[in-house]
Design a protein around this ligand. Structure first.
Ligand SMILES: Nc1ncnc2c1ncn2[C@@H]1O[C@H](COP(=O)(O)OP(=O)(O)OP(=O)(O)O)[C@@H](O)[C@H]1O
Ligand SMILES: [Mg+2]
Length: 423
């Protein structure tokens, strides 16, 4: 599949970038979607691994069935087997009723096991059995059950090291990685770094109704492209948001501003800068920028439609449902999992860990987020950020400044400006 054919997919999922590594990963995902093979997505933290499983599900024959995204790292070790494989009534203290478990509930659909490297070894053995035979046993039962689940797993661990250290079963690794997909680190994505920066700068400007988005001088763009980005796209997004909120005298980012905001922290890191390879031509960049704008217009359009629906629903029952407005119709089954209705648009799904409860009803509302009217003023946002950092660091300004990626000098100035001397 050439890069042109991938454009509609990128638009649908809000994926920005044109580098070979990203296109290759998307291409494999689309090809493997048509099969039932297990997929293992690897890559450093923050590279965008969570985009792939939804894309696979939506393009598979299972697209009309359930899709479960489970964060294995956030389920307590003591309950993970019963969460995944279910339990019988009385299987353990507190097991008042029976519980189906995700392998049963997802039959016919897709199970995304995120942070699969965090699974305890005993659970890994159970998982291997399902992958090999499609069979599993509920906790406290001896009855063998069948399931038809497609597994997509992801990890940011170096699995070879985990295998060497006896933390991950080698046989499970081979079974899971029938098709491996590697998401490239941001430092290897060349011009995509700048495209992603533009996307995030536009998003934050529109979110907070800023008159102008931030832009990069050619020199600052060069610094961005050479930086190592240990936190990858997640870090780039944070940096862009921080600069968008904190820069007020100018909206043009220079290398000096970058160093003033201490976004490039240590000398060692600067020494370890990685030079990126060939850059795209101007025409190519223009094309991508236009595509990106198009994606953003689409996203805005979707948001407006959702908002209209929510308003209409609010009018109909006289109150805006906090759960509906915050989840857009998603069903929360347990603290570590979010189920999306079949065939919905892809979106970033947040996992809300909370106390585990086997009796929790699928549609119960403990995961509903509170609806809070948020101020859109940049000053308010900046002030809030500063208060948060000062509170977290119990008034220690040096630490707070470090966390905000601004110099202590800038923090002192802002504390004065906002009258926060009491902190
Ligand atoms: N190509 C992309 N275009 C636009 N946004 C992206 C892209 N890749 C990743 N992102 C965004 O970057 C952020 C991090 O991505 P994601 O959560 O998928 O990382 P991850 O690989 O799962 O990291 P971790 O291993 O730490 O869980 C998300 O907000 C995601 O939407
Ligand atoms: Mg992740």
């Amino acid at each position: 599949m050439d890069s042109k054919e991938l454009q509609p997919i990128k638009q649908r999922y809000g994926i920005v970038g044109n580098c070979e590594g990203l296109n290759h990963a998307l291409d494999i995902a689309l090809q493997v979607a048509k099969t039932d093979l297990s997929v293992l997505i690897t890559g450093e933290s923050g590279v965008g691994k969570e985009i792939i499983p939804r894309l696979i599900h939506d393009n598979s024959r299972r697209r009309m069935r359930k899709y479960f995204a489970i964060n294995c790292g956030s389920i307590p070790e003591g309950t993970i087997d019963s969460e995944l494989f279910g339990h019988e009534k009385g299987a353990f203290t507190g097991a008042i009723g029976e519980h189906e478990g995700y392998f049963g509930a997802a039959s016919g659909g897709t199970l995304f096991l995120d942070e699969v490297g965090e699974l305890p070894l005993s659970t890994q053995a159970r998982l291997l059995r399902v992958l090999e035979t499609g069979e599993y046993i509920r906790v406290g039962s001896s009855e063998v059950r069948k399931t038809d689940v497609r597994i997509v797993a992801a990890t940011n661990l170096n699995i070879q090291n985990a295998i060497r250290d006896g933390k991950f079963r080698e046989d499970l690794y081979f079974r899971l990685s029938t098709i491996p997909i590697k998401m490239p680190p941001l430092r290897e994505r060349g011009e995509d770094i700048i495209l992603l920066f533009k996307k995030f700068a536009m998003e934050i400007a529109s979110k907070y109704q800023m008159p102008e988005r931030i832009t990069l001088t050619p020199e600052a763009a060069e610094v961005m492209k050479r930086y190592k980005w240990p936190g990858n796209i997640r870090q780039l997004k944070n940096v862009t948001e921080q600069l968008s909120i904190l820069m007020r005298d100018t909206r043009v980012v220079t290398p000096e501003i970058l160093s003033d905001y201490e976004i490039w922290p240590t000398i060692e890191e600067q020494g370890g800068l990685v030079r990126v390879g060939a850059h795209s031509s101007d025409a190519h960049t223009y094309q991508s920028e236009r595509e990106m704008l198009f994606q953003m217009i689409n996203a805005l359009h979707r948001e407006v439609s959702e908002l209209k629906q929510q308003l209409a629903a609010g009018r109909a029952d006289g109150v805006m449902s906090a759960e509906h407005s915050s989840t857009g119709g998603m069903t929360h089954l347990s603290p570590a999992v979010t189920v999306l209705p079949a065939n919905t648009e892809a979106r970033v799904v947040s996992v809300v860990p909370s106390d585990h409860n086997h009796q929790s009803q699928p549609d119960a509302t403990p995961y509903a987020e509170e609806y809070v009217e948020e101020s859109l003023s940049i000053e308010d946002q900046e002030k809030k950020l500063i208060i948060k950092a000062l509170e977290k660091n119990r008034g220690r300004r040096k630490k707070a400044a470090e966390e905000l990626h601004i110099s202590e000098r800038t923090l002192y100035r802002k504390i004065k400006e906002y009258g926060l001397d009491d902190f």
